[in-house]
Design a protein around this ligand. Structure first.
Ligand code: DON
Length: 320
């Protein structure tokens, strides 16, 4: 399953130290079987809980992977940093931060009543309320326009055409997302949404249902590691200042109420999703993606966390 793109060292993927380390860490985590896949979105519970894959993309574009790194999953909350980045790219920081703060909540991703007391903003763009508010800023237009906009954002980030949606997951979330609907109504009540509640929600649900695999996710993470320049296409996808802001908020809020412990153990900005994916960004060096659907009580992939902790120790990726 090993693969390598644009190898410039003359080494094959299989004998490169990173490939060997990926394989060793992957094997050491394979028997970890705690946790359970998310089931609050009924369609997510249908996943094979034993799936496990990982990939690394260096900022020079070389990609290493292990497991089913081309097997797709829905991105879920891992879209949130990119929605925030898109908002910062399209609007001024002042306009974006009138809608969302940058403070960790110390609470779960779906916590209710998480608007800041004075400003009525959601605390940060990594919790659901914040991501829905941010998505609301550019979610206007018809269903077709929404789909085109989401495809364009993720096509640039993945460096490929044909961005797909998992319509079963999308419909499942749209039909059951009453907590998110409540958050959106609360924001509407406080005049924090510029579009109708269902427009913001629909854009957010669609974005969460974008399909990607570990290879794509590692490339997206490497785009952030590379200050916004895509490691494969060479395109400037996001300005460096935007990337800095995105990574800053990921560092403190990306893993919700596990963000402190993750920062302690792994030491790089990261974002998890209830699908079981986590991506991590080692600035200037690489993007890392891992996927395994069993989640712990914080909603983070059990194997994914162990994988990143062990890889961080072996490669010395902690920023301090
Ligand atoms: O809002 C939701 O419930 C999902 N579409 C995404 C949540 C998610 O992935 C939280 N992550 N850990």
């Amino acid at each position: 399953d090993a693969e390598i793109g644009a190898a410039s060292t003359g080494r094959t993927g299989a004998d490169h130290p990173i490939q060997r380390e990926l394989e060793a860490v992957f094997e050491s985590c394979r028997d970890i079987d705690g946790g359970a896949p998310a089931d609050y979105i009924p369609e997510l519970a249908r996943v094979d809980p034993d799936r496990f894959a990982a990939a690394v993309c260096l900022t020079d574009g070389r990609v290493f992977s292990v497991g089913g790194a081309r097997d797709a999953f829905t991105l879920q909350s891992m879209v949130k940093p990119f929605l925030y980045g898109t908002a910062l790219h399209r609007f001024t920081p002042e306009a974006v931060h009138a809608r969302v703060g940058v403070e960790p909540t110390g609470r779960p991703f779906d916590a209710m009543l998480i608007l800041e007391s004075g400003s009525k903003r959601p605390h940060n763009p990594m919790v659901n309320a914040g991501a829905i508010g941010v998505a609301g800023m550019f979610s206007h237009g018809s269903e077709r326009e929404q789909v085109r906009r989401i495809r364009s954002i993720f096509s640039d980030l993945m460096g490929r055409e044909n961005i797909e949606f998992d319509s079963a997951v999308y419909l499942s979330e749209r039909d059951t997302g009453f907590g998110n609907r409540a958050l959106a109504h609360l924001m509407h009540f406080f005049h924090m949404l510029d579009v109708p509640v269902e427009t913001a929600l629909d854009f957010y649900f669609k974005a969460c249902a974008v399909r990607a695999n570990c290879h794509d996710l590692a490339v997206m993470a490497a785009t952030l590691a590379n200050a916004g320049t895509h490691p494969l296409t060479g395109r400037k996808v996001l300005p460096a200042k935007v990337v800095r802001d995105v990574l800053t908020v990921m560092a403190t809020c990306g893993l919700y109420d596990y963000a402190g412990r993750f920062w302690f153990d792994v030491g790089v900005p990261a974002k998890s999703g209830v699908c079981g994916g986590i991506f991590a960004v080692v600035p200037g060096r690489m993007g890392i993606a891992v996927f395994s659907p069993r989640l712990d009580e914080n909603g983070n992939s059990v194997r994914g966390l162990s994988f990143l902790e062990r890889l961080s120790k072996r490669r010395g990726i902690h920023v301090f």
